[in-house]
Design a protein around this ligand. Structure first.
Ligand code: FEO
Ligand code: CA
Ligand code: CA
Length: 540
């Protein structure tokens, strides 16, 4: 069979004509392993020859791109003794002048093993928890370059360098939560967004992993469940789970932050903003959990997210359904007030017909067509191993519209080369860059072997290769590539390499990755800058 199929494209055409049942995924993996040793033909229809899948413990890049490590976990930032946090995720570039900028970086979650040298099930001392609380949140760092042709470098001890973490006091806006005007810390900071007034939106995703979760019965009685807490911080700091799961707005110039009640509480993956014609801000948000929803928020005023209307998507009806406790009889009878409803946004969304999706993660808006792309990573319990990209088109391409149409833009799997879509960014030319999120638990198993490690793809949105996912980078062992963003002139792609070596904890401490330092070093999450002639060519 290998003699008959000369390259990957022909193989994929062959796959398209073959029933899924006829080929086991094990066969696919074996076939691609065999393919990777064959000389690769460059398809003249493609802008470059995509990288082949691999399980190498490296950040591998397609020819024409190169990377430098910009920041690693524990990099010393300033004279206050702040250090770069763990598991870098979302990045956002805030220009100050042509060669001077701030970079915001999310730090999503800690690793008890690499931070404290303990196993996840070990009892934690207060000192262990204290170190973990300092490892999450976000970093603001000053970066500069000599000129447009030089790489960005981090400025040690710059007064703008600062951290927000699991101990930072952050006020709520839009109401009190359990009588409190503020929360202690931000955590689970996954993806995010940038507002038109140059503030950062950092999203608290898997908040229940830290202090547990609460549920409320029909009489409104609160029940705390700490069994779902992974990091068990509540054993030393019994803080209320209701204080987490919000969108946090940060001014990168001074570090001031606020948690917005109006944007709801759930496992916020992202908060992608656009401006309506009348100057109000619209924010699109995914809730990364099986069977959860996509939301949209329309601000009441220009330049502020403190008030506005929250909607959930009903894909069957093609409608954004308002989540206002006082304007919907179902919500009026279910919740005592709007704050109580916002704390239980998921429950409200289901009550009014929000469509259950397959882990809606990142959302990005096509700058040319204004279509909205939503990554649905997967739904493993329902057998959706590879996920898809959902496309939403607002009526009249108007972000204020409450009607839309939706369709599946791409479906993951061997036929499409990619799996488990997660983060998106559009480039200067309107082409889509996409990272994948195969959990390290499943990486390399029968469903995912075809893919090798996690990867970064370039998806042309027009031209002969439109709609094809072309691999440009492959992650080190166990890692996920997250938070892609460009600088203002698209000479540099910032990318987070998150959780390299994460399965070490399940392998009796045998370190599974040595990235980025190599040798026998311990792995470390890091933010890299990617540049090179291929990136320059793709932006012309
Ligand atoms: Fe933190 Fe849904 O990825
Ligand atoms: Ca993500
Ligand atoms: Ca993810």
């Amino acid at each position: 069979m290998i003699n008959l199929i000369h390259n990957r494209r022909e193989f994929l055409k062959f796959m398209g004509r073959t029933s899924g049942a006829a080929l086991s995924t094990g066969f696919v993996a074996q076939f691609l392993t065999a393919c990777s040793s064959l000389p690769q033909k460059i398809n003249p229809m493609l802008p470059f020859a995509p990288l082949k899948p691999s399980f190498a413990d490296d950040l591998s890049l397609v020819e024409g791109l190169n990377y430098r490590t910009l920041l690693m976990w524990n990099t010393y930032l300033n004279k206050r003794g702040d250090a770069f946090g763990y598991n870098n995720d979302y990045t956002a570039f805030i220009p100050i002048s042509a060669n001077d900028a701030l970079l915001w970086v999310n730090h999503e979650y800690p690793s008890p093993f690499f931070i404290n040298g303990i196993n996840p099930t070990d009892v934690k001392t207060k000192a262990h928890v204290d170190k973990e609380r300092k490892a999450v949140g976000g970093s603001i760092v000053r970066i500069k370059r000599n000129n447009i042709n030089e790489p960005w470098g981090f400025i040690l001890n710059d007064p703008q360098n600062r951290r927000l973490d699991g101990t930072t006091r952050i006020p709520f806006v839009g109401g009190k939560v359990l009588g409190s005007t503020h929360a202690i810390g931000t955590l689970g900071n996954c993806a995010g967004g940038v507002t038109s007034w140059r503030t950062i939106l950092t999203c608290e995703e898997n908040y229940d992993n830290y202090y547990g979760e609460v549920s409320y019965d029909d009489s409104g009685e609160r029940k705390l469940d700490t069994s779902v807490s992974v990091y068990k911080w509540q054993e030393h700091y019994p803080l209320p789970p209701e204080h987490y799961g919000w969108v946090v707005e940060v001014n990168p110039m001074n570090g001031q932050a606020k948690k917005h009640l109006a944007l709801g509480r759930f496992a916020h993956e992202c908060a992608t903003t656009t401006l309506a014609a009348d100057g109000r801000t619209v924010v699109y948000m995914g809730d990364d959990k099986d069977d959860e929803c996509v939301y949209k928020f329309i601000s009441k005023k220009k330049g502020s997210l403190e008030e506005g209307d929250l909607y959930v998507a009903n894909l069957e009806l093609g409608e954004w359904v308002l989540l206002n406790r006082d304007k919907n009889a179902i919500l009026t009878s279910a919740f005592k007030n709007q704050t109580e409803m916002l704390i239980q946004t998921r429950k409200a969304a289901k009550l009014v017909g929000g469509t259950a999706l397959h882990r809606p993660e990142d959302v990005e808006i096509d700058p040319q067509t204004k279509a909205i792309f939503v990554a649905q990573t997967n739904h493993i319990p329902k057998g959706d191993m590879h996920g898809s990209i959902l496309k939403i088109v607002e009526e009249g391409n108007n972000p204020l519209s409450l009607k839309f149409t939706s369709s599946i833009f791409m479906t993951g799997g061997p036929q499409a080369s990619f799996t488990c879509p997660d983060n998106f960014v559009f480039d200067k030319k309107g082409n889509l860059w996409m990272t994948t999120d195969i959990s390290e638990k499943y990486m390399g198993n029968k469903d995912y072997a075809f893919h090798g490690n996690n990867a970064l793809y370039y998806i042309p949105m027009s031209g002969p290769a439109a709609g094809q996912a072309l691999r440009v980078a492959t992650a080190p062992v166990d890692a996920e590539l997250t938070g892609p963003s460009f600088d203002a002139d698209f000479k540099t792609l910032f990318l987070s390499v998150q959780h390299p070596g994460a399965s070490t904890v399940r392998k009796d401490g045998k370190v599974t990755s040595h990235w980025p330092k190599g040798g026998n070093s311990q792995p470390s999450p890091a933010v890299v800058t990617i540049r090179g002639p291929l990136l320059d060519k793709l932006m012309i």
